[in-house]
Ligand binder design. Structure first.
Ligand code: GAP
Length: 505
């Protein structure tokens, strides 16, 4: 058994230092299960490792993350259209993309004693200290190449392990029916580059966005939903000129054009910087703390096989800094290879300048599951003694999920002050039915009102509406704000408008 607990505990002291964060990941995993965010796959059969199911709250929050990304890319940005390509594609796609060769493989080592398998890069870097405790005469250099982090046994020499998941299409399982579950969604975008360009009458630069499942046969899935074998990506491929225009085009004939005209002249370097900034801002706009995000420039020898330049956006998880999104300058690697392998010329003819070229691609590639974990971890707070000093639960630890309102799985809770007064229950039910078509709502009448507020804070519900005896006379109710705990009376007839405004601001 891997001992993950001390690792989480050790790192989270500095990562989230403002409150007791011991065993933060265990607490988040427990909350996720207890409150219906995330369950282990196939749990009644003992669980299916590396796969997770998103429960009633999880699916709402996941959809909200995807919606926030989709709106950002297709509405807030210029020139990006959407696509939803099939997961299964011709196996030739993966030959051309380089994913069937060493380019898309991790180095694997196996322990000769316990037969556990590890990614060679991880074994080299993280486990020496833990193993040394068990086997006192180990040397760092010795461990780095040969020792198992679990039992200290000897490791095999690293060998390449391809991450593509195989499957067979049709009733016969042979070489001819073999294909792969896609390992990155962007290949479906390259397959449709010409279809989208022509059907939408687009001009370079433009982008194609897609959200969808991807599969990788990871050697060592770990850290809850951080590294799994089935996950979702949110990818945008930006097709641009291979270099900045030497004779800047400015259709108005003035020295400086509009912002959009200036951008028409940009090459891959300028667009790379643009997308780097935009993508980092997306996380910040959704409330992620600045100090928990950083950008890392990836040196040439560590880049993906297709990347001319690569940066990773990293988040400070309780288990350390790790990649959550990559920005890649893929150059003409993909379209050139697909042109070569398919025999179809995928070059672009610029009618304004008369130039013909294979467009360069700047890719933004994020993970839905990793973003989900980031939003959960960053929002999670524990308040010793609770925030409300009037309830008898003040000695307990209160959990507050201070998640952005856009992402919160449930937006509104409707609560009768007590459940044994039929007139309060009736009015609360009417309010709940009135709001349900507009917002993700929850009705809750069980337990004291203080307990109910706490339950709602734990899952990040931004607004709780309470129907009390005053409501029966005044036809109003109180709105409690999750973050400030301030309660205000609002007329029921104004509710939809008021809540819409508050959720949007
Ligand atoms: N098309 C480029 C590409 O796929 P990547 O860096 O291999 O680039 C992009 O993956 C993103 O996909 C990662 O930053 C991460 O958010 C997500 N991702 C990749 N592998 C994953 C895994 N095994 N589990 C969860 N998310 C993963």
């Amino acid at each position: 058994m891997r001992k993950v607990q001390p690792r989480y505990a050790r790192v989270c002291e500095c990562a989230h230092a403002n409150y007791d964060m011991e065993n933060l990941m265990e607490k988040i995993i427990s909350l996720a299960k207890r409150r219906g965010f995330i369950f282990q796959s196939s749990e009644i059969y003992g669980g299916f490792s590396s796969c997770y199911d998103f429960g009633p709250l999880g699916v709402e929050m996941k959809n909200n993350i995807k919606r926030a990304w989709w709106d950002e890319m297709t509405k807030n940005q210029e020139g990006i259209v959407g696509l939803d390509a099939a997961i299964l594609m011709s196996p030739r796609v993966w030959q051309a993309s380089g994913h069937l060769t060493a380019g898309f493989a991790d180095e694997l080592v196996e322990c000769k004693s316990c037969h556990k398998r590890f990614r060679a890069d991880e074994v080299r870097s993280t486990k020496y200290e833990e193993t040394k405790k068990k086997s006192s005469n180990l040397q760092t250099s010795d461990f780095r190449i040969r020792r198992c982090p679990e039992c200290g046994g000897e490791l095999t020499e690293p060998r390449k392990f391809n991450l593509m998941m195989k499957t067979f299409v049709g009733p016969v399982e042979n070489e001819a029916s073999l294909t792969y579950l896609r390992a990155e969604t962007c290949q479906g975008i390259y397959m449709n580059f010409e279809n989208v360009l022509n059907s939408m009458r687009l001009k370079i630069p433009f982008g194609i966005a897609q959200i969808g499942k991807a599969f990788r046969n990871e050697i060592n899935p770990k850290d809850f939903i951080y590294r799994v074998r089935e996950f979702e990506q949110m990818e945008m491929q930006w097709f641009c000129r291979p270099s900045a225009s030497k004779t800047p085009r400015n259709r108005r004939g003035t020295k400086r054009g509009t912002d959009a005209e200036e951008k028409n002249n940009w090459g891959p370097d300028e667009w790379f910087e643009y997308w780097k900034k935009e993508r980092l801002n997306w996380y910040l706009k959704l409330g992620i703390k600045k100090e928990n995000l950083r950008i890392v420039e990836i040196p040439e020898k560590e880049r993906a096989h297709y990347a001319k330049r690569q940066i990773d956006i990293e988040y400070k998880f309780p288990f350390g800094w790790h990649e959550i999104e990559g920005i890649h300058n893929r150059g003409d690697f993909d379209l050139k290879n697909h042109s070569k392998f398919s025999g179809q010329d995928l070059s672009y003819f610029d009618e304004e300048t008369g130039e013909k070229y294979i467009p360069y691609i700047i890719e933004t590639s994020g993970g839905v599951d990793r973003s989900f974990l980031v939003f959960l971890v960053d929002a999670y707070q524990e308040i010793k003694g609770g925030r409300t000093k009037t309830t008898k639960a003040t000695k307990e630890i209160e959990i507050l999920l201070k998640i952005d309102k856009k992402l919160a799985p449930i937006k509104i809770a409707v609560l009768p002050l007590v459940r044994n007064k039929p007139e309060l229950v009736k009015k609360a039910t009417e309010v709940y039915q009135m709001l349900k078509p507009y917002f993700a709502c929850q009705y809750d009448e069980l337990g004291s009102i203080g307990r109910r507020y706490r339950r709602l804070d734990e899952i990040g519900v931004p607004f709780a509406l309470t129907i009390d005896f005053e409501s029966l006379k005044q036809d109003d109710l109180t709105i409690r704000d999750r973050d400030t705990m301030i309660q205000e009376r609002v007329k029921i007839k104004d509710l939809v408008k008021v809540l819409k405004e508050r959720l949007e601001n």
